[in-house]
Design a protein around this ligand. Structure first.
Ligand SMILES: NC(=O)c1ccc[n+]([C@@H]2O[C@H](COP(=O)([O-])OP(=O)(O)OC[C@H]3O[C@@H](n4cnc5c(N)ncnc54)[C@H](OP(=O)(O)O)[C@@H]3O)[C@@H](O)[C@H]2O)c1
Length: 229
């Protein structure tokens, strides 16, 4: 898609990967909305991005009423990037009910609510991109991430079925499955870690944005981008 002067929504765009994606989309001449729960974090990102084309919307994507309000405020978007997510890396027996429900509600249900709210106007226009950021842990898993992996495998199933559902409408649906990146994801969950060897989120964002620019007749439906071992 030619991104110039098109509109994008990046959920979780105030920090980490979402921030780097938002920054590159602005460089491409897009009008960019970023959303998240924390207003101070959104204001700080808006000031760092320093562009008249970046707009903020406070929204908890796990709350369908807030998602409906966000849709009302933003209107049509050409590119939806479902990036917002939370981390959970614990043995199941040590995972609280709140951690389980937050992980599934944000990572999986939030992605579904936002997609449902925004895709119908893309359908009317006959063009659009929905790009869902899952995780390499949404493709292969390991111990202690059962809840996180369940949410991200769920995103994969949602992405692949929605892609089939929207074939022929002009809406392309991409699934993005990154490996470990140097962001605040782990710290934000109170589970900080050594990120030596992790990928720079800016490098991941560059690869991601190049996928959005492929011509309509070409598709990169699924990309698993990890670090070399
Ligand atoms: N970092 C990695 O190693 C890695 C690897 C694979 C996949 N991922 C995925 O990449 C995506 C981006 O994560 P990141 O690494 O950039 O971490 P991050 O900096 O923590 O970004 C997550 C963003 O999501 C937002 N968010 C969380 N809950 C939300 C909610 N209920 N409603 C709206 N926004 C919400 C956060 O803002 P607020 O807290 O203000 O709401 C934050 O801006 C996530 O989906 C993550 O699962 C990350």
């Amino acid at each position: 898609m030619d991104l110039f002067r098109k509109t994008a929504l990046v959920t979780g765009g105030a920090t980490g990967l979402g921030f780097e994606i938002a920054s590159l989309l602005l460089e491409k001449g897009m009008i960019v909305w970023i959303c998240g729960r924390s207003r101070p974090s959104l204001l700080s990102a808006q000031s760092k991005l320093s562009s008249p084309y970046v707009f903020i919307q406070q929204c908890d994507i796990s709350n369908p009423a807030q998602v409906a309000e966000m849709k009302k405020q933003i209107g049509h978007v050409d590119v939806l990037i479902n990036n917002a997510g939370v981390w959970c890396d614990l043995p199941l027996e040590d995972t609280s009910i709140d951690q389980i429900s937050q992980t599934v509600q944000v990572n999986l249900l939030g992605t579904i609510y936002v997609s449902q709210a925004f895709f119908s106007s893309m359908k009317t226009k006959g063009e659009g991109i929905i790009a869902n950021i899952s995780s390499a842990l949404g493709v292969h898993t390991r111990k202690h991430v059962s809840v996180y992996s369940a949410s991200k495998f769920g995103v994969r199933g949602f992405t692949e079925s929605l892609r089939d559902e929207l074939k022929g409408t002009g809406i392309r649906v991409f699934g993005w499955y990154p490996g470990g990146m140097k962001t605040g994801l782990f710290e934000h969950a109170g589970q900080g870690r050594d990120m030596t060897g992790y990928i720079d989120a800016k490098d991941m964002a560059k690869l991601f944005v190049s996928m959005l620019e492929v011509p309509q007749e070409m598709t990169i439906e699924t990309c698993v981008a990890g670090r070399t071992e």
